[in-house]
Design a binder for this molecule. Structure first.
Ligand SMILES: Cc1cc2nc3c(=O)[nH]c(=O)nc-3n(C[C@H](O)[C@H](O)[C@H](O)COP(=O)(O)OP(=O)(O)OC[C@H]3O[C@@H](n4cnc5c(N)ncnc54)[C@H](O)[C@@H]3O)c2cc1C
Length: 544
């Protein structure tokens, strides 16, 4: 028999969901064990932008930004397609402010507003075109983590940047040499590392030390109650018992191709999260009899795969935000036609990739291509290659649009007509087909010299050479899984709580369902429900 470990609360997974729940539980006096499948902690949360979206947060007060419960709820409802549970949405909105205050009070986190970052659908009722709900976790010194300094997953590219330094967050993407050196000297990290680091530190200070290389394989059920977890720790079978609760926080199922094919509403070929998110928690919950929700959905994102670009041992999928928003680029399908507002928010764009052509019964907009011209390349660079540098060799180029279209298998006449039509829209400053540039959001991620005007995203495609890059339908993480109540308790098929089982984060059915309010639309609810779930788990009745 494998030997047993025992805790009041067992947390599976160490992303923002798991760590936040663990912190809340440990602060209430519970003995908490965190078990992480990977050799590093932090999950996708650690390699993310680290931005939570939290309506009514207290940083709005100092900035003089008005917000209200009614605005936040009607905004979320406007994005829900009637699939959001209003009670879950209200729980999120009602607890956001407290959660951010709690994190700032009990950890080294100190958020600031990402200035002016518009909500993702700012013109919808209750939307905020001038921002105020997206928060930047700032910088955190990993030198303060002692033995854990190098045990958190990190993004090679952005670990030392704050979100507001990046082009995504309104910055230039560059730091002065002196500032770069200062951040290296103190190992100051931003984005997802700045969110996860302080929560991990608070846990370590409380004596809660995560166990890595610890993969949960199954839940232990005793007379309908979850009493523990079967695990593999360092490759050896172990049993971890839970006196009060097990919290599933194992992330989504985006790296499990079978589950992706079984459940997601359309193709998804480019997961951008950590590759250990293979749906283990979903399968465990299903075996325990959980009711599932939101299963077709994910936090969608257009992505590009750069040959040879590897992260965590797998081909990396890079988010495509700036390149498709900047002037002088469009996206087309095989017919050479534009099919969407390229500057829309990434999550909503998923819908365009999943458009079914009823005649061919194929996906009308896959494959998709980003097309740009030489002036765009010169001005902005492309996919990590700075302005003025050589074209990366993996990008397809041709002297004429016709040649480019033939090389990539796109209809040349369609592409020629599309570019002509696009250029006419640019000249008249109005995209009559897809309204690119009309929304405040479209004008955010484009050319920073023209931010807040349409010129930040509208620009002609004129002079060769011309370039093409394949764009895939990707995800930041899936957002369906076991349904939970407002306490984070997993519900069974009759919607009754399964005793001893909780879930939070991308492993669970998202509390906002399809609604992605703004930058931070996944991490905001995760922090809020992480705290609620941890508190409830610590107070769950203890087993016999
Ligand atoms: C590049 C990128 C940028 C992003 N930026 C933002 C942003 O700025 N704001 C925002 O709101 N969202 C952002 N997201 C999305 C966000 O990162 C995720 O929605 C969020 O991190 C999910 O948190 P989680 O704790 O549920 O999962 P994760 O952080 O992925 O953690 C899950 C953990 O569970 C572990 N695990 C899996 N299976 C097991 C098992 N069987 N046993 C034990 N452990 C297991 C995994 O190894 C992983 O460490 C971004 C995502 C990416 C990829």
């Amino acid at each position: 028999m494998p030997s047993s470990l025992i805790h009041d609360v067992v947390v599976l997974g160490s992303g923002a969901a798991g760590l936040t729940a663990a912190l809340a539980a440990a602060q209430s006096g519970a003995d908490v064990g965190i078990y992480e499948k990977a050799d590093l902690v932090g999950g996708s949360s650690a390699i993310s932008g680290g931005v939570p979206w939290v309506p009514l947060n207290h940083h709005q007060d100092a900035a003089g930004i008005s917000d209200s419960r009614e605005e936040a709820l009607s905004y979320l409802a406007s994005l829900s397609l009637d699939r959001m549970d209003p009670e879950m949405a209200a729980t999120f909105v009602d607890n956001g402010r407290d959660t951010i205050e709690w994190l700032e009070r009990t950890t080294d986190l100190l958020f600031t507003l990402v200035p002016n970052y518009p909500d993702y659908h700012p013109e919808n009722p209750g939307g905020k075109p001038d921002g105020g709900r997206s928060l930047d976790p700032g910088l955190f010194s990993y030198a303060t983590l002692g033995d854990w300094q190098d045990r958190v997953a990190r993004s090679r590219r952005s670990a030392h940047l704050k979100i507001t330094d990046t082009t995504l967050g309104g910055g230039t993407g560059h730091l002065s040499e002196a500032e770069t050196q200062r951040r290296l000297d103190h190992d100051l990290r931003g984005c997802g590392n700045a969110l996860v680091g302080p929560i991990l530190k608070a846990l370590l200070d409380l004596g809660v030390v995560p166990t890595t290389d610890a993969r949960a394989t199954d839940l232990i059920v005793d007379e309908g109650r979850i009493t523990g977890v079967a695990m593999e720790i360092d490759g050896e079978p172990r049993v971890v018992l839970a006196r009060r609760a097990v919290i599933l926080a194992t992330g989504g199922f985006e790296w499990n191709t079978e589950l992706v094919a079984e459940f997601l509403r359309g193709p998804m070929t480019a997961p951008a999260s950590v590759p250990t998110n293979t749906g283990d928690g979903l399968l465990m919950a299903m075996r325990a009899g959980a009711r599932l929700g939101n299963m077709g959905q994910a936090w969608w994102v257009p992505a590009v795969k750069i040959p040879g670009d590897v992260a965590f041992g797998e081909q990396r999928s890079n988010l495509v935000n700036r390149e498709r928003t900047l002037p002088g680029s469009i996206m087309v399908n095989s017919a050479g036609k534009r099919f969407t507002n390229e500057a829309s928010n990434y999550n909503a764009l998923g819908g365009a990739f999943h458009q079914l052509d009823p005649v061919t019964f194929g996906y009308a907009n896959l494959p998709a291509w980003l097309i740009f011209d030489h002036a765009h390349l010169q001005a902005y660079g492309t996919f990590g290659a700075p302005a003025g540098s050589d074209l990366p060799e993996w990008v397809t180029q041709a002297d004429t649009l016709g040649e480019l279209a033939s090389t990539i298998g796109v209809d040349p006449d369609g592409l020629a007509a599309t570019v002509e039509r696009w250029n006419a829209f640019v000249d008249q400053k109005q995209d009559e087909d897809f309204h690119r540039g009309d929304s405040a959001y479209d004008r955010w991620s484009g050319d920073g010299d023209h931010r807040f005007t349409k010129a930040s995203t509208l620009g002609r495609i004129d002079g060769g050479p011309f370039y093409a890059v394949p764009i895939e339908s990707g995800t930041l993480g899936t957002s369906g899984g076991p349904r939970t109540d407002t306490q984070g308790r997993v519900l069974d098929t009759h919607l009754a709580p399964i005793p001893g089982l909780f879930a939070v984060g991308n492993v669970a059915a998202a509390p906002t369902a399809m609604a992605y309010g703004g930058a931070g639309g996944t991490l905001g609810p995760i922090l809020v429900f992480g705290r609620i779930t941890g508190l409830a788990a610590a107070q769950a009745p203890s087993g016999p």
